[in-house]
Write a protein that binds this ligand. Structure first.
Ligand code: GSH
Length: 317
């Protein structure tokens, strides 16, 4: 009897692993089926431009654009912070991260994705950098602040910190929230907050998603940091590395100013802040990110700057 139970259980686990492998392979295939550049180029450019101009117009009147996202995706965080800062009306649609039924049929499988106009007809704009760049281009010039905004987009220093957010900060966050399988499970538990996902599906998503995140962090993110940043976790533990990279922002990015942009946030402020918001609510955010006084003060200022239209409560303590 015992042997039979053991055999059936082993069979179940084996089947589960094969199933997970299959789903993972399907995702990789979908993700690489079309590049963001090709997908953006496939959209009706004239219509897209009209929609973008309407979306950023202070006169309003545009249908709120839809932003498909994972609330824990750092690239989505950049776009959300941009939309909030510029008060661009939008509706966030949380994408369930394994089967992604909310974006099946859109033709592109990564987030963030913006969709303008009505659901079945409107054009898309995807890739966080492209979204920020293209929406920045159409901000109305009549507003003096917009003119300044467009000018700073070309500043090499600003570009440097945008790259820092995208290439380095994102990765140090990933390795800090996936230090073990248990931590990955805790990190993935953000889905518990989303009512759009059925309870049984949540357990399934965590069983599948948490190990994937753990292995991605170990076998993709860490090697990328070793290559790009010369990072070795046996010399500097991840928590220390994240502190160092944040101190770099505080000392060399902010340099005693209120924002990297001076008295007003630059696009670099927006993007560094947006990336960090992807782990808001996680213990790493409170214990490490907010443990650096300059960063904490800047975060509080950025909370205020982006507070309209935000779905997250500002954390002021
Ligand atoms: N370069 C893209 C990267 C977007 C990206 O990699 N998003 C991740 C989520 S953080 C994704 O959708 N991965 C595919 C998946 O979850 O299957 C951007 O900046 O928007």
């Amino acid at each position: 009897m015992f042997k039979r139970v053991l055999k059936v259980s082993a069979g179940g686990v084996a089947l589960g692993l094969v199933g997970m492998g299959g789903i993972y392979q399907m995702r990789l295939k979908q993700n690489s089926s079309v590049s963001s550049d090709d997908f953006n180029a496939m959209q009706d450019q004239k219509l897209l431009r009209q929609h973008m101009e309407k979306a950023v117009s202070p006169l309003g009147g545009a249908e709120p654009l839809k932003m498909y996202r994972y609330s824990t995706c750092p690239f989505c965080g950049k776009v959300k912070a941009f939309l909030d800062y510029h008060k661009i009306a939008h509706e966030c649609i949380e994408v369930e991260p394994i089967f992604k039924s909310e974006i099946q049929g859109n033709g592109y499988y990564k987030v963030p994705q913006l969709r303008f106009g009505s659901k079945s007809k409107g054009p898309f704009l995807v890739d966080s950098d492209v979204i920020v760049d293209r929406l920045s281009e159409v901000l109305p010039d009549k507003d003096k602040n917009n003119k300044e905004w467009k000018k700073q987009m070309l500043d090499p220093e600003v570009r440097k910190w945008r790259e820092y957010a995208r290439e380095r900060l994102v990765r140090y966050l990933v390795i800090n929230i996936n230090t073990s399988l248990l931590e990955s499970w805790r990190g993935y538990s953000y889905i518990d907050e989303h009512d759009t996902i059925a309870p049984h599906n949540k357990i399934f998503l965590k069983v599948l998603g948490a190990p994937v995140m753990y292995f991605v962090s170990k076998y993709k993110t860490l090697p990328a940091l070793a290559k790009g940043d010369g990072y070795d976790p046996s010399v500097v533990p991840p928590t220390e590395a994240l502190r160092n990279v944040l101190k770099e922002w505080a000392q060399e990015g902010l340099r005693g100013k209120e924002y990297q942009g001076g008295q007003r946030p630059s696009v670099a402020d927006i993007e560094v802040y947006g990336v960090l918001q992807s782990i808001r609510g996680h213990h790493v955010y409170d214990e490490i990110v907010r443990s650096i006084p300059t960063v904490k003060k800047w975060l509080n200022n950025m909370d205020t700057q982006t507070s309209t239209n935000t779905s997250r409560p500002a954390n002021k303590n």
